[in-house]
Design a protein around this ligand. Sequence first.
Ligand SMILES: [Zn+2]
Length: 271
Amino acid sequence: MPELPEVETVVRTLRPQAVGKRIAGLSVGRMRLRRPWRKSWTPRVVGQTIIAIDRRGKWIIVSLDTGRLLVHLGMTGQFRIHPSAAPLEPHTHIVFDLGATQLRYRDERRFGSVDYFADGGAIAKFLDARLGPEPFDLEPGPWRVSLAESRRSIKAVLLDQSVVAGVGNIYADEALFVAKIAPATPANAIRPAAAERLRRAVVEVLTFAIDCRGSSIRNYLDGTGEPGGYQNEFRVYGRTGEPCMTCGTAVTRVRLAGRSTHSCPRCQPVR
Ligand SMILES: [Zn+2]
């Protein structure tokens, strides 16, 4: 599933290709997305110019002259620029015609969505009801309070978008490894020094992953169709049975918070 670094990379690669372009036409496929596109939105969107593309958590916000599009990539979503003449790939659900190019939303498993909000302020309300701060804006004090108030595993807390927005399975495992914290540790058992180490590890891992342009596992591609590179940098994620890069102990995988969770039992001891 695309997480913060992948979504940020999509946004950064789409901006130079799409901002300033007018949406000359729009077509929608027959298969329904998790939240279906409403027919009444089409005439409101056609004719508008894309004025900005931004990210909040794992969401993409496309600002138009009036209103905004809110895009979530779900499990397998791709939001990419194609030459208009390029054949439509299977599972393409929405096509925004930009003239010589098209901005296409494609999603094999259809857990993603594209919504239109006529009122830009309604998007902020929608997102603020679901999302905590961006990891880069997470203050040490409120973060410690979030941990102290939860008996859930620290892995589950990192995945909770209302605590911190944008972290998913890959970067939770990677940050816990960097911070040397066992993923199953109850959040309220984490001492202040370790909480601060983890807060910094999340920022460090996400920053490096953005520099690497995200991770391409499954079918992730950026806004121009290029894969990411962080999958070559994984320290524990997807490395079950392989030696830990720090101590050589085999990386283990367990099911935690409903997700495959990877860690080094020696570097991340259960306390
Ligand atoms: Zn280790």
